[in-house]
Design a protein. Structure first.
Length: 582
């Protein structure tokens, strides 16, 4: 019953926030359906393509969700207990993350679907624009590195997890079949004149079919190499290149739509199972609300302040969301009024999804498993409870079989979200390079996309970081820097839109206060990361090549952020004497 109270109170708080804060934001920015959006005025079929809110919402939700609201809350719960993670998810997504996403979307729509970097160029100066785009590009590359590796690990995993074999090769084949379905759906919608709702109704049951099909067509790369996870990483980078070069109507929109509705199904199954389990007593909370002001020594002994706020990234606030909102979503927004459900509503929905992910840790008997295993085990448990009244599972073999299918269902859900993010990240990073260099041709698109994936390919090829003789997953090595860069990007985006709002005589404090909070927490965390490296380096320790890369990246982030803060302060201080750049 405690778990049911946890979920109901979370849902009620987020719904109330949508009604009150969302309405206030819509009024503050004067949203109007009569105002043409860039999706219509600049429609080109490649990047600018209007999509109804019912089609765009699941696509945007799927793109911003990814593994962030799964991995982040679970890691934070392992570090400090589920209470601090829960409070930050609720307060963060309502008063910081949701405002960040909404304002970034509106700022882009009001500037012809251009990026936040372009908004900064107009209202600050070209130097700040250049610095911001460089920062954005690096942040997107970190997302590609972390999420490609964690997905590759899911595909390669065959060790016993959560009481059963993790069907990594089967999930890999199901994921590829899922991508094929998305391509087919895009073709059907485009050329068969099939409505998106009808196409979704046709293809969603087929998604469930590919889960079963994947069990009989596993793709096991361990037969080809002794490092299947690394090989899967390179395969995923190849997918990123192809997907980023594909028109949005062919892959991004249908895949995002399917992924979003798939996410709805997972959330519905989890909620139903959670409710049923609350009354049958099979979902007791087994983890502590609060375990201390620092993580256990075995997990790194990180302090709660500021590490909590960079660990729970996408579930509470994420700079990546602003890039998606101003990169792909703003180019597809059909009406300005759709910004409230798509921009603000999606963030609150992701906060609810993060709470569900956190609940899978709360009921876990052990917490030393990988986040994807804990999540998949919890979702499979909830789904089994949800269908038990309709299909009572009797006998241990039948129960194990049902759990295995549901476990694979949850892992495919996990991989699906990451596919959406990898695609969007590569496309957005390509936009950044093309904006920096003024590139416009198809050849330039291919070159920019290849340059985006060059650094992830190099990092994937480097020897792993060892800890007590055990190689550490690349995603875990990069999660701290990913979280810091991601949250720092959110702070810088908020600073940029603060300047725009101040120029337009709007209530700029709405974005300035969250920007200051996120800036303090992220810079604090980056300085904590620099400290251990400098101490080891001075002591003459032999450090892995990947550690040197991390140190260089961390220092670069601090310098770029400090420079942009100075540029923002100078601009805000001279508002009375300067006019916006043309």
């Amino acid at each position: 019953m405690r778990l049911l109270l946890f979920f109901l109170s979370s849902a009620a708080f987020l719904l109330l926030a949508y009604r009150l804060v969302g309405r206030l934001l819509a009024r503050m920015f004067g949203l109007s359906s009569a105002r043409n959006t860039p999706a219509h005025t600049l429609r080109d079929g490649m990047d600018y393509e209007p999509a109804k809110a019912s089609y765009l919402l699941p696509q945007h939700f799927s793109a911003i969700a990814a593994a962030g609201p799964i991995v982040g809350p679970i890691l934070a719960g392992q570090y400090f207990g589920w209470g601090p993670a829960w409070l930050w998810i609720l307060l963060g997504c309502v008063f910081i993350g949701g405002i960040h996403d909404f304002v970034a979307l509106i700022a882009s729509v009001r500037h012809q679907g251009k990026s936040i970097g372009e908004v900064i160029r107009v209202y600050m100066n070209p130097r700040a624009h250049f610095l911001f785009l460089i920062f954005v590009w690096f942040a997107l590359v970190y997302v590609i590195i972390a999420f490609a590796d964690i997905t590759a690990g899911t595909f390669a995993q065959k060790a016993a997890l959560a009481g059963g074999d993790a069907p990594g090769p089967a999930v890999a084949s199901s994921s590829l079949l899922y991508l094929g379905l998305a391509l087919l759906m895009g073709i059907v919608v485009r050329y068969a004149r099939c409505s998106t709702n009808k196409a979704t109704a046709i293809f969603m049951p087929l998604v469930m079919g590919v889960i079963v099909a994947g069990m009989y067509l596993p793709i096991d790369l361990s037969a080809l190499t002794s490092h299947p996870q690394q090989l899967w990483g390179f395969v995923l980078l190849g997918y990123c290149f192809a997907a980023a070069m594909t028109p949005v109507w062919l892959l991004l929109q249908p895949r995002g739509n399917l992924g979003g509705y798939f996410l709805y199904v997972v959330m519905a199954a989890a909620v139903l199972g959670l409710i049923v389990g609350a009354f049958t007593g099979v979902n007791p909370v087994q983890q502590k609300f609060f375990t201390g002001w620092s993580a256990p020594p075995a997990l790194g002994a990180f302090p709660l302040f500021p590490i909590l706020f960079i660990t729970v990234a996408c579930g509470a606030c994420s700079g990546f969301h602003g890039i998606v909102a101003s990169g792909t979503t703003s180019k597809q927004l059909d009406r300005e009024c759709d910004a409230k459900p798509v921009g603000y509503g999606s963030m609150l929905l992701e906060g609810l999804f993060a709470c569900i992910s956190l609940s899978t840790l709360m009921i876990a008997a052990r917490i030393d498993l990988k986040p994807d295993a804990l999540y998949a085990g919890g979702i499979a448990h909830y789904a089994r409870e949800a269908i038990a009244p309709l299909w009572p599972v009797k006998g241990s073999l039948a129960a194990d079989a049902a759990y295995g299918v549901l476990y694979q269902f949850a892992l495919l859900c996990f991989a699906t979200f990451v596919f959406d993010t990898l695609d969007a990240c590569t496309r957005l990073a390509r936009y950044v390079l093309m904006e920096l260099f003024g590139w416009q041709t198809t050849t330039h698109r291919a070159i920019a996309t290849a340059l985006v994936l060059l650094l992830p390919a190099v990092v994937l090829a480097l020897p792993p970081v060892m800890s007590n003789g055990v190689p550490q997953p690349l995603w875990r090595v990069f999660w701290g820097i990913f979280g810091s860069s991601n949250q720092l990007l959110a702070a810088l985006t908020l600073l940029g839109v603060t300047v725009w709002m101040a120029r337009k005589r709007m209530a700029w404090w709405v974005t300035a206060l969250p920007a200051i909070f996120m800036m303090v927490m992220t810079l604090w965390s980056l300085f904590l990361m620099i400290g251990p490296y400098t101490r080891q380096w001075r002591a003459g320790a032999v450090l892995p090549a990947l550690t040197h890369v991390q140190f260089g990246i961390t220092c670069s982030l601090v310098v770029l952020a400090a420079w942009l803060i100075v540029e923002t302060a100078v601009t805000l201080g001279s508002l009375r004497t300067t006019a916006p750049r043309a």
